[in-house]
Design a protein around this ligand. Sequence first.
Ligand code: PLP
Length: 220
Amino acid sequence: MHNTVENLLKINENVKAKFERIGNLSKLPKIIAVSKTFKIEHILPVINYGHLHYGENKVQEAVEKWTSIKNENKKINLHLIGRLQTNKVKAAIKLFDYIHSLDSKKLADKIYNIQNELKIRTKQFIQVNIGNEHQKSGISINEVSNFYTYCKNLNLDIVGLMCIPPFNEDTTKHFKTMSSLNKELNLRELSMGMSSDYLNAIENNATFVRIGSSIFGQRS
Ligand SMILES: *Cc1c(COP(=O)(O)O)cnc(C)c1O
């Protein structure tokens, strides 16, 4: 069996074991296999194995890698986990099933317009700047509720919140804050946790974990 598939199976087992141990989650968290920077040949064994959720962080790269595969396999779900510029919204809405990086009113307005034009309603996560970091995008914690209302008024399909916690910090406290924010807003999905901390994220109610290097190896 191919290495990447073995890696995925192992992570799958870990997720299931964690899920069963916690017992307070209503559904099994989903693994987004983050395939950014990897060539499609490297991803194919995982696709052929039947995994359905993939994450990319650049629209153009994703269009090139995934357009024909998605046409052949309608069950595949593609997640945009990187920043979305307004001039790429149309291409993104056409290709991606989920956008995890909704982070400004300007972007929300643009998505609203493009979705009306294309008659598509993509599922979206509001990205929260959970560590209040200058260099990171995302809505600050005390503005999330207002921003959510703004998006609802545009009839966007907001399914949950997403975060990328600060590096070199214990992510637990950030995951806990995310979990309670998600509950306050009554949202059903929560996107958090990467290779290094996905079990911790699941313990704090993540429904989607985004895992790259533990499946596909180190990125160059
Ligand atoms: C690259 C990336 C991941 C995956 O990170 P790994 O540490 O390789 O698992 C998850 N989320 C986002 C937003 C990313 O950009």
